[in-house]
Design a protein around this ligand. Structure first.
Ligand SMILES: Cc1cc2nc3c(=O)[nH]c(=O)nc-3n(C[C@H](O)[C@H](O)[C@H](O)COP(=O)(O)O)c2cc1C
Length: 253
């Protein structure tokens, strides 16, 4: 893999050392903006081993607290194992349904929350909280940093899959002991996601939950604070002058 910096000059006046070329940079943003959580449209075609190996390597190059690398990947193709996982998820789906009220209660049963049967391959990503012993650099103040690390690995895999033209859906509707039982995981191993992966017929433009009216993307300008939590306004002549406009301009047209 070639990771030497390219030097693209675009007349922005910004330093360009180490910057990707414009097409390379666009490709990174394209993977980010066109990644979707996929539940539908899996074709069932096989994912070849070299592609799958690249995706796992991308995941394995994620940042991790104290270089802990707390993840493992259980690759699942077996029909009976998928069926067992499907039953585990379906049980949780039915018990989760009771928390919704009103329109969401009506809508929830029609929302597909997994693709365990249709995906070409299922990957269970786990976290081993004991990896690298009891004192992992940087983890003493926040134990959950092992989970953040593994989430970063999953996001790497998700973006790489999108670049490869493969869809992926992250399934978290399950009780962990149930998944441990099906996959034979040791009791201290934490299964944080069942990833449904494979070729798909098409990628939707918007998140599925947005398409069906379940939720909307919050405007980014509502989520940015200047200097402190209450900092919703700023001095237009200060260091953040013009920044809200820049945020709005960054949104795709
Ligand atoms: C930690 C995590 C767990 C998720 N678990 C599920 C799940 O069990 N079932 C499901 O349908 N979607 C699940 N999702 C997908 C989200 O619903 C989806 O990411 C969100 O609606 C935004 O859509 P997008 O990923 O296409 O941008 C999960 C996403 C994350 C990050």
């Amino acid at each position: 893999m070639n990771d030497s910096p390219s030097r693209a000059v675009e007349g922005t006046g910004r330093p360009t050392a180490h910057r990707f070329s414009a097409p390379e940079r666009d490709a990174v943003y394209r993977a980010i903006f066109h990644r979707r959580d996929m539940r539908e449209g899996f074709t069932g075609e096989a994912v070849d081993h070299s592609t799958l190996a690249r995706l796992l390597l991308a995941a394995h190059h994620a940042p991790s607290v104290g270089f802990m690398q707390p993840w493992d990947f259980v690759l699942i193709s077996d029909h009976d194992t998928r069926e067992a996982l499907w039953r585990v998820v379906d049980k949780e789906r039915r018990s989760a349904a009771v928390v919704f009220e009103g329109q969401q209660a009506e809508q929830f049963p029609s929302i597909k929350i997994e693709a365990l049967r249709e995906a070409s391959v299922v990957i269970c990503v786990t976290v081993d909280p004991a990896r690298r012993g009891p004192h992992v650099l940087g983890r003493n103040s926040d134990e959950a940093t092992d989970l953040y690390s593994a989430a970063a690995a999953i996001q790497n895999l998700w973006l790489a899959a999108r670049a490869e033209g493969l869809g992926m859906g992250w399934v978290s509707f399950y009780k962990k002991p149930d998944v441990r039982l099906v996959l034979g995981l040791p009791p201290h191993i934490n299964p944080i996601g069942l990833l449904c992966l494979g070729p798909v017929a098409a990628f939707p433009e918007q998140p599925r939950l947005q398409q069906v009216g379940w939720g909307e993307r919050i405007p980014l300008t509502d989520l940015v604070h200047f200097e402190h939590w209450d900092g919703r306004t700023h001095d237009p002549n200060g260091p953040w002058g013009g920044f809200p406009e820049a945020l709005e301009a960054a949104e795709p047209a």
